[in-house]
Design a protein around this ligand. Structure first.
Ligand code: JHZ
Length: 388
């Protein structure tokens, strides 16, 4: 597969794209599911097309997260909040409004610039122990470290934890969110497996990692975002603030019941995906036979995985609409499906829109009432193919 955010410009369409193996290992020892091959992060993230501030659902999630932490720690103008993988500064903008000092860390030059323009100081670098040391020297220690949808993107998890340990004050908290393996398996979310995501976390291996650096989970919450994620707040173990043991035990019991730590479950999952592939391809082929025009909605990284893995090309999807300016005017990696702004859906009036950003299906369907009113239909591919 090509890298999932490797959008291609018109003049480069004839140059063969670099492809990388995309397969998973399962660790017999700790149960972590992880990719077999690691693509150089600079190739994937230096000029990054994904902008977190593009979806209302994301902004609401950031608002809720920042308010919870603000209340919990009673943040003030002396507090420092550091966001790892700060993207366009969307999360930090909330913390800034609460009066805290903020600092973003992100290797994407294009996004660091945007964040800086909106008044969010950002260091354009990858996060590890060395960068944590540099930050401590320049800005002091952080009272809060956030890392939403980014830990799974980092190969050396030990370097991250060493960096967090270095950067965080003694009483500080480390907050992270990532897609939860339990949701991924139960809801057929195979297309969230791609080169950017090196680890697919469940709780057991995660706890093993953080405990080895003297941290414990002080709060755990399941979220609907991104097809099902988990939000964890960590503190230093020596402070003994873990009040969520029962919830953790309960979640681990769910993981065990779902067979997350058995290879058979993972193999069954991959067979399910083959069935999904047949179902979706059959439905799309039937629609094409009856001369329906179909487009894609949301040039998400996951959509690029789905179209490549299921072989859905421009013979099926005329184009994809997406709200991200960085993606518009370009072609999707691998399948080379053109990407346009969302306005085109209404002007062009296709019959069906396949929602590739299925995690935002509700928001998209709500927003595109006019398309539905004049007979347009949506196809949601995951967890099971259905028409709305
Ligand atoms: P979205 C990204 O994955 C990348 P992607 C990353 N690696 C990660 O971990 C996950 O997020 C969590 C568009 N859209 O967020 C915007 C509309 O066009 O599911 C996006 O291009 N109209 C960091 O790329 C895409 O859909 C809309 O109304 O799979 C959604 O991409 C809305 C709501 C979205 O993530």
């Amino acid at each position: 597969m090509p890298v999932p955010n490797g959008f291609v410009s018109y003049d480069k369409l004839k140059i063969p794209e670099q492809k990388f193996e995309l397969a998973c290992f399962f660790c017999d020892d700790c149960g972590l599911v992880q990719l077999t091959k690691v693509v150089n992060p600079i190739v994937m993230f230096r000029n990054y097309a994904y902008v977190s501030g593009m979806a209302n659902v994301m902004m609401n999630n950031f608002s809720n997260l920042s308010y919870g932490i603000y209340k919990m720690l009673k943040l003030n103008k002396k507090s420092l909040v550091v966001d790892i993988g700060s993207n366009d500064g969307s999360l930090l903008a909330f913390f800034k409004n609460y009066g805290a000092r903020v600092l973003g860390i992100d290797p994407a030059l294009n996004l660091a610039k945007i964040a800086q323009m909106r008044g969010i100081p950002t260091e354009c670098m990858l996060f590890n122990f060395n960068s944590a040391r540099k930050i401590v020297k320049k800005y002091g220690r952080a009272d809060v470290i956030c890392a939403t949808n980014v830990i799974a993107h980092i190969d050396n998890l030990h370097a991250v934890m060493k960096g967090v340990d270095q950067l965080l004050t003694t009483a500080g908290v480390f907050v992270t969110e990532f897609p939860y393996l339990l949701d991924l398996i139960e809801k057929n979310e195979f297309d969230t497996i791609y080169h950017e995501h090196l680890s697919y976390f469940s709780l057991k291996p995660w706890i093993k990692l953080i405990e080895s650096y003297g941290f414990e989970i002080i709060s755990v919450e399941r979220l609907l975002i991104h097809g099902g994620s988990i939000r964890l707040i960590h503190g230093r173990k020596k402070l003994g603030k873990n009040t969520h043991l029962k919830t953790l035990e309960y979640l681990i019991s769910l993981e065990l019941r779902a067979g997350l730590y058995s290879k058979k479950t993972l193999l069954d999952f991959s067979s399910q995906i083959e069935i999904l592939k047949l179902d979706l391809r059959k439905m799309l082929a039937n629609l094409k036979k009856s001369k329906k025009r179909i487009i894609g909605y949301g040039a998400a990284a996951k959509g690029n995985v789905l179209t490549n893995y299921f072989g859905i090309s421009t013979k099926i999807l005329d184009y994809i609409v997406d709200s991200t300016p960085y993606k518009q005017g370009l072609f999707t990696p691998g399948m080379h499906i053109p990407v346009y702004g969302e306005g085109r859906l209404f002007e062009d009036k296709p019959d069906y829109a396949l929602i590739l950003a299925w995690n935002f299906a509700d928001e998209i369907i709500e927003k595109q009432k006019a398309f539905r009113r004049r007979g347009g239909k949506f196809i949601i591919p995951i967890p099971k193919v259905r028409i709305v």
